[in-house]
Write a protein that binds this ligand. Structure first.
Ligand SMILES: Nc1ncnc2c1ncn2[C@@H]1O[C@H](COP(=O)(O)OP(=O)(O)OP(=O)(O)O)[C@@H](O)[C@H]1O
Ligand SMILES: [Mg+2]
Length: 261
């Protein structure tokens, strides 16, 4: 099995503001000694309650933030500095809120072509834009409209099209479905699953929602207070949660209709 994204011993802490004028500054250990292995074709879910360190871990894996300790690798090669081009070609990202991640003053064509231009991908960008817009279920006329002319679900489709454009091997997403209405949520979840299969992408998905991870991810990491509470096959972990924290998370989650148990 091919290991794509991996990390060992990741740590990241943040200084807290002083409580009093001459008191000591505390530290919040947002991520402590976390290792991650993303294998090609095995989608990974990262779950945990709010503040567990999911987004911090994701930012480290994306090289958007530097760890205090530990290394992130892609296909065995250390990712150093701020997001080298070869790494951005391979790993693309979709964030929670499409409205704030899409430039309101650009038309969709320019938004979706942006990674191709930044990464100097050769070839006809207009035809690639049309291809990925079609892949996410948007017509060619979408290319000349602005983000505010779309619904929330369509905007998230645009963000997904942009991430697909440079043909990444790994698609990383931080709560990509949680800002969506329940009615379009299930459609976008299925779309992401189908696109991953069609384009051979491996997903790394942060979610506080175990039902989403159950639906999409073969493997799961459960984070608690910045540490790995439990990890393994999603089916095994969710069927026989060993850690009381995972049991508590499971008990708090309503099931998606049609989700396998
Ligand atoms: N830039 C920062 N400065 C200070 N503290 C931070 C910073 N980023 C994160 N933290 C702290 O680190 C901890 C983990 O935060 P993180 O955003 O990774 O959690 P999360 O699991 O993504 O939560 P949520 O589900 O609410 O998004 C929290 O206690 C948070 O307050
Ligand atoms: Mg978060």
């Amino acid at each position: 099995m091919t290991v794509l994204l991996s990390a060992e011993g990741l740590r990241r802490s943040f200084r807290l503001p002083r409580r009093s004028l001459c008191g000591p500054r505390g530290e919040r250990h947002a991520v402590r000694d976390v290792g991650v292995t993303v294998t090609a074709g095995r989608h990974l879910g990262i779950v945990g309650e709010s503040g567990a360190g999911k987004s911090t871990l994701l930012r480290l894996l994306l090289a958007l933030d530097r760890p205090d300790a530990g290394t992130v690798r892609y296909r065995g090669r250390a990712v150093e500095g701020r997001r080298p081009t070869w790494f951005r070609e391979a790993v693309q990202v979709v964030l929670q809120d499409p409205m704030s991640s899409l430039n309101p003053r650009s038309v969709v064509r320019d938004i979706v072509a942006e990674p191709l231009e930044c990464l100097k991908v050769p070839g006809d960008h207009d035809s690639r834009v049309a291809e990925v817009l079609a892949a996410v279920g948007l017509g060619p006329d979408a290319a000349w409209r602005y983000p505010h002319e779309f619904s929330g679900g369509q905007r998230q489709r645009i963000a997904i099209a942009r991430a697909l454009a440079p043909r990444p091997e790994v698609l990383v997403a931080d709560e990509p479905f949680s800002a969506l209405d329940a009615s379009v949520r299930a459609q976008v979840i299925d779309l992401v699953r189908d696109l991953a299969a069609r384009f051979g992408m491996t997903l790394v998905l942060v979610s506080h929602d175990l039902a989403v991870v159950r639906r999409l991810c073969e493997e799961v990491i459960v984070l608690k207070d910045g540490e790995v509470a439990e990890r393994g096959d999603t089916a095994d972990v969710l069927r026989r949660p060993r850690h009381p924290y995972t049991r508590a998370l499971l008990a708090a989650v309503p099931r998606l209709p049609g989700a396998a148990s």
